[in-house]
Design a protein around this ligand. Structure first.
Ligand code: C5P
Length: 304
């Protein structure tokens, strides 16, 4: 029998896709991808504490969380349920408290981050002797972006995005994240991509992009940021083009829609320029909120 311990607090980062090449819709309902994931210093926190056996409880706090379902459809709940299902010897239930800072439906894998955080927090709470690779396999069952939220750093993702290989990188990159009003649904953006008849036979990342992060060259990275989902996201949310234009006019080295959007990531040459860009962008009034973040940062970590 496994005995639960003290409450566990896990911090887990958001991601940006520095490159996202999308192939044609497969028979499994997913698109083959080649993506360069980049974890940034914008974090959700997941706290897990033991409650009576067989129960899962979930609460969420932070902007926009009142609209989220805190039930068995939530990815964080499903992460705990998956562990309970695979480890029948666990002798307690779990109360999960998620503090959200990653924008909801923002293209930064916030829901996946919460699932990754819940997996790690519960596995420690329940003293499951899982190695990191076991957790990554479980994470892939929960969603395409969940493995990366565990691993963090920079990684090339293939398959649905769940097959990861760490990517060499040097130094830190400084970002201004422009948060949008409302969210975009990932399946809707992929559907629009299909309607537009987009999708290469074999999705591939630009070698120049990989060189840019390997050498820590922010200028080159700014010039090579690329996202195949940008076109459908901009068609669904034409207002985002103004944010990208404003960011470039105000001196960003480059800008890209993050994942399926609507968050936009603007790259600055250094931390001070990121702060200047954030201030200038804020006075343009083109987005709901602005966050400065840097990356790469590690994936989900136990902090208490
Ligand atoms: O894997 P996840 O549950 O996060 O994916 C959410 C949805 O996004 C999928 O149901 C699918 O519609 C779309 N998707 C896709 N191709 C991928 C990843 C996600 O079409 N590689």
């Amino acid at each position: 029998m496994l005995t639960p311990g003290d409450p566990v607090l896990v911090r887990v980062p958001a991601k940006i896709n520095l490159g996202l090449a999308v192939g044609r819709l497969g028979d499994d309902g997913y698109h083959p991808l080649a993506t360069l994931f980049h974890a940034v210093s914008l974090y959700d926190e997941v706290r897990a504490e033991a409650i009576e056996p067989g129960h899962i409880e979930l609460t969420m706090s932070g902007p926009g969380t009142l609209d989220l379902a805190c039930d068995e459809t939530n990815l964080a709940w499903r992460a705990a349920a998956l562990l309970l299902d695979r480890h029948p010897g666990i002798r307690s239930g779990v109360r999960l408290s998620v503090r959200k800072r990653i924008p909801i439906a923002g293209g930064m894998a916030g829901g996946s981050a919460d699932a990754a955080g819940a997996l790690l927090a519960c596995s420690v709470l329940w003293d499951l002797d899982l190695d990191p690779d076991d957790l990554v396999v479980l994470a892939a069952e929960l969603g395409s972006d969940v493995p990366f939220a565990l691993v963090g750093g920079n990684a090339v993702g293939t398959g649905r995005g769940e097959r990861l290989v760490p990517a060499l990188s040097r130094g830190q990159f400084h970002w201004v994240l422009a948060l949008a009003d409302g969210g975009l649904s990932t399946p809707t953006v992929f559907r629009r991509y299909d309607e537009l008849g987009l999708g290469a036979e074999r999705p591939e990342l630009s070698p120049l992009l990989l060189q840019a992060i390997a050498t820590g060259d922010a200028r080159r990275l700014g010039a090579t940021l690329h996202n195949d989902l940008e076109r459908p996201a901009l068609e669904l949310r034409p207002d985002l083009a103004r944010v990208l234009d404003a960011g470039r006019e105000l001196g960003a080295l480059g800008g890209v829609v993050s994942g399926s959007g609507p968050t936009i990531a603007l790259l600055a040459a250094d931390e001070r320029r990121a702060l200047d860009l954030a201030a200038a962008l804020s006075s343009e009034g083109v987005c709901r909120g602005i966050v400065c973040a840097s990356g790469p940062v590690p994936g989900a970590r136990v902090v208490a």
